[in-house]
Design a protein around this ligand. Structure first.
Ligand code: HEM
Length: 491
């Protein structure tokens, strides 16, 4: 017994000596910040056990706990790796624009089993190459064509909403809508796929995110072990297998279509084709599937969740909904919504941006510091991870007076000079920002304008605080919120 205690004591001392020796510069830096410094750093978990104090194991609960109890910036140890969590606009600007800060933070390793080879997670030169490759899929002529697709698709949603007064789970409902938009607008093979196949892809993405949300705050649990041995992991393995089969079918269909249409324009590749041709040295199916999984998820999970939030907010704020309605009737009336109408839907766009301010669909981003990062008053040591709580940045009263008020007028052109540009990061910023920002905004404006034109939206929720949030990579509410659609006129 004494010998065992002696050995445990010796191992603990050796662990801490080794830890302090290798992490001295990070410990010194975190001492300056104090917040979170005094939590004991434990083997296997570091200080991530603080997420247990928040009552629920997911990223949002952890960030909300930090905000309520300790404040930002906060020091966190992810096992033995140091993480600096901030919500300061000036610091965020430096971090996301720094040329040695575009690789993803360590915390993203948890997603490597799904997205390792995708543009989202690749590093250094591979990322630069992939970014250059994908940029061609976001040119303005492609956006113009897609507005037509988004409009026609939103007309189908209107038909659908006539029969379902309130979708049971509005996040799932709009995620399915958004994944259909992905196939319609970005793949060129939607006619070869059944609605079931399209929705299945969306459902799988949503279900895997749900299963993954606790794993992110459990650094000691490797995804491999989780996937093989835990009930949630085994379910995720099964879903991944199903998704792989569908993606293989999609790839085969696309290859067939490309072979049949040899004369396609080299410059106008859609996103699916860009996924297929991304890595010219290596056409490994698994890599293509990971790329495709990420792109499908980047389109559907984000815009889908954003639709759910904006319709709930419009349902809660009738006077704002009426302003959107009046603008749509004035700009478009009963006509089809077209690309040239978009610049004139200013209030609608402001309502979309204000929704994304209050509910940034990606609430946290993280970058690895490839060299010492000078933030003015402090220098973050090379090798740290910098995490940005976009949720708290965008709800900070320093930048947003009365931050929990849903007030689209903040984003009207005449008020934009009052906004600190680095305090709105819903699409991130800097060289690794969201590639689909213009597409997402167009899709949302067209759909919101069309739906509000035909439906009066209501919700029983009274305040934003009523909506309990949770997140893995993307954020949604814990329970599906109340949101109803009733026809404004005989359709
Ligand atoms: C409301 C909708 C959307 C939101 C809020 C959103 C937000 C974001 C954010 C925050 C990032 C991460 C940047 C970082 O880590 O710093 C990102 C990355 C990305 N998004 Fe979006 N996104 C949306 C829709 C879309 C759409 C529709 C597409 C494609 C058509 C898209 C394509 C991408 C791609 C390709 C990346 C990876 C960029 C890179 O690593 O270089 N996103 N998005």
């Amino acid at each position: 017994m004494i010998i065992s205690l002696y050995l445990i004591g010796l191992c603990t001392c050796a662990f801490y000596l080794h830890f302090v020796y290798h992490n001295w510069k990070y410990l010194k830096f975190s001492w300056q910040e104090k917040n979170g410094f005094w939590y004991p750093i434990l083997p296997l978990v570091g200080t991530t056990y603080v997420s247990l104090f928040s009552g629920s194991l997911n990223v949002i609960s952890l960030l909300q706990w930090i905000d309520k109890t300790k404040g930002f910036p906060f020091n966190l140890w992810y096992v033995d790796k140091y993480m600096y969590i901030t919500r300061d606009a000036k610091e965020v600007k430096t971090i996301v624009n720094h040329p040695k800060c575009f690789n993803k933070a360590l915390i993203y390793d948890k997603f490597k089993f799904i997205f390792e080879h995708s543009i989202f997670l690749v590093s250094d030169e591979t990322w630069k190459k992939q970014r250059k490759h994908f940029v061609t899929g976001f040119k303005s002529n492609i956006l113009k064509n897609n507005v037509y697709v988004y409009y026609n698709h939103s007309c189908q949603m209107i038909e659908d909403l006539k029969s379902v007064e309130m979708p049971e789970d509005i996040f799932r409902y709009f995620d399915r809508y958004a994944i259909q938009s992905f196939f319609l607008g970005y793949t060129g093979i939607s006619e070869y796929l059944s609605l079931f196949e399209m929705e299945k892809v969306g459902d799988i993405i949503l279900d895997i995110q749900n299963l993954l949300k606790s794993l992110v705050v459990m650094p000691f649990l490797s995804p491999k072990v989780w996937l093989a041995n835990f009930p949630a992991g085994r379910k995720a393995t099964k879903l991944l297998k199903e998704s792989k089969e569908i993606m293989k079918y999609i790839i085969a269909q696309k290859e067939k279509v490309l072979k049949e249409n040899q004369e396609y324009c080299e410059n106008d590749k859609d996103l699916l084709e860009l996924c297929l041709t991304c890595d010219t040295d290596d056409s490994d199916d698994d890599k293509i599937i990971q790329q495709l999984d990420f792109i499908a998820s980047a389109v559907s999970d984000t815009t889908g969740n954003a639709f759910a939030f904006i319709f709930v907010l419009l349902g809660m704020h009738q006077e704002i909904q009426e302003k959107v309605y009046e603008e749509v009737m004035e700009v478009v009336g009963d006509k089809d919504i077209a690309h040239q109408d978009l610049p004139n839907l200013k209030y609608t766009e402001a309502a979309v941006c204000e929704t994304l301010r209050l509910f940034p669909i990606v609430p946290l981003i993280g970058r690895a510091c490839g060299e010492d990062i000078d933030l003015g008053a402090k220098i973050i040591p090379k090798g740290s991870s910098c995490l940005v709580s976009i949720l708290h940045l965008q709800r900070d009263p320093q930048y947003w007076p009365d931050p929990l008020k849903f007030d689209p007028s903040r984003f009207l052109p005449e008020n934009q000079s009052k906004i600190n540009p680095s305090s709105f990061m819903a699409f991130s910023a800097g060289p690794r920002d969201c590639l689909g920002k213009a597409q997402a905004l167009a899709m949302m404006k067209v759909t919101v304008a069309n739906v509000v034109r035909y439906f009066k939206i209501t919700s029983k929720h009274k305040t934003i605080e009523e909506l309990t949030l949770e997140s893995c990579l993307t954020m949604k509410t814990k329970e599906s919120p109340d949101c109803r659609f009733s026809a404004r006129k005989e359709l």
